[in-house]
Unconditional design. Structure first.
Lengths: 234, 234
DNA sequence: TTGCCTTTCAATCGTTTGTTTCATACAATC
DNA sequence: GATTGTATGAAACAAACGATTGAAAGGCAA
């Protein structure tokens, strides 16, 4: 039955994400899946092969290509600023959104922290294409003369802010006071990070004004948080 | 001999950081330490107790108090901007600097990603005090009327950029082209992140000008990277 | 029914795990 | 020199691990 294979893969993904490769025993995986221990050997061969399949099942989430799904690359009328805003929101949705299964992103973050030899090449390619997408978006925003390393630094400053909320997830739950937690939803964080990045890039005169005026769509917010209206202006 | 205990603790710290609690076997730890297996029981009781000791040995690194070492809190003449610049640099030095043992920060990041029940309370307290230090620095920079959640968002945007270079360390080595790698030293990153954050906070008119004029010390840099001089100005 | 192939199951394989035991070696104290 | 407390070492403990086996069960065509 194909259903058995799927159940194993799901249970394995959840447990691998929760406790890592060594922490999740084959017996517990099969117990959660409600199948016999031998099934993991029958369908996947070894536990390691099962792990690779679980990572491969989770990795497609981590794609910036989703930004362009349903659109033609050339016919895309979005401004570079809107593209960056969409990118940030897409990342955050994957990180802390409810739609995508939590275990998939957990497993991917685990693979980022310490790459498994079995998944290394495959996974590296996935992350690299995603990162290059962001670099291309930035090239539309930044002037041509900007040195290459600066693009990398800026890109990493952007992705780090997004990934941090899953990387340090358990810890943040305890650091952030409960009454402040509503301000750390996908919507709120997407708005904050986008505004933070735009402001850092000195794009306030044009893009952030559009942003504030509601001409850029990101999370359906209309009101402005007015970052630098509150900031000390000397 | 006290030396044996120390050797075990060091070997355990390195191996726990490398492969996690489950991945590092007690036999391998003792083999690396050059002691008998029974020594881990003799000095620490259980493997778990040894892990706790290893984390406790590594955690003191993660302190913002180091910013003020050798100074009197009240007599500190540094401006809030300089304090933030120092904070960023201190974090980065701990993350990717050569002075502090790499395994200590690896172990701490591992504990951040998935807190061990044994270390949870102890570790939480450590991170929290560090985070509150950053919040206090920000309060000196930002106006009084700014909402609390904004301070948290900004603080997290800052720490995420610093921690990211260790959290995704192995992966970044493959993403960043070799010829660009010199630009990702502690000095270069401290400068980039500080400037990125200052610019984002709208502190360009005062602090960043001082920064560019070399009046703020951070990493000994004198030349300006001139972020927004390169940025498209429409 | 019969035969055949796929799937599931209980039982067990050889390792490796963390932990413990007991005997020994060392150094200091009486 | 005998004794005591500390430290180390080789061996073995039960338990859990991943992997495998051979038999049983199920479905399906002939």
């Amino acid at each position: 039955m194909e259903d058995t294979r799927t159940r194993i893969l799901l249970a394995a993904g959840e447990l691998f994400a929760e406790r890592g490769f060594d922490g999740a025993s084959a017996r517990e995986i099969c117990e959660r899946a409600g199948v016999n221990i031998a099934a993991i050997n029958y369908y996947f061969g070894t536990k390691e092969a099962l792990y690779v399949e679980a990572v491969k099942a989770a990795a497609p989430l981590f794609r910036a290509e989703a930004l362009f799904e349903g659109r033609e690359m050339e016919a895309d009328t979005r401004s570079p600023a809107q593209l960056l805003a969409d990118y940030i929101r897409l990342m955050l949705e994957h990180m802390i959104g409810q739609e995508t299964p939590a275990w998939k992103m957990k497993l991917i973050m685990r693979e980022m922290l310490e790459p498994t030899p079995a998944c290394e090449a495959f996974f590296h390619q996935h992350v690299l294409t995603n990162f290059r997408h962001l670099l291309r978006i930035l090239e539309g925003l930044l002037p041509g003369g900007i040195p290459e390393y600066r693009k990398y630094q800026i890109a990493l400053s952007i992705v780090s802010q997004c990934t941090h909320y899953r990387a340090a997830g358990k810890l943040l739950e305890k650091i952030i006071p409960p009454e402040l937690r509503p301000q750390f939803s996908v919507d709120h964080l997407a708005r904050h990070i986008t505004e933070f990045v735009f402001s850092a890039l000195g794009l306030r005169s044009s893009f952030v004004d559009q942003w504030r005026a509601g001409k850029l769509d990101c999370g359906g917010y209309a009101d402005a948080l007015a970052l630098d209206r509150n900031v000390k202006s000397e």
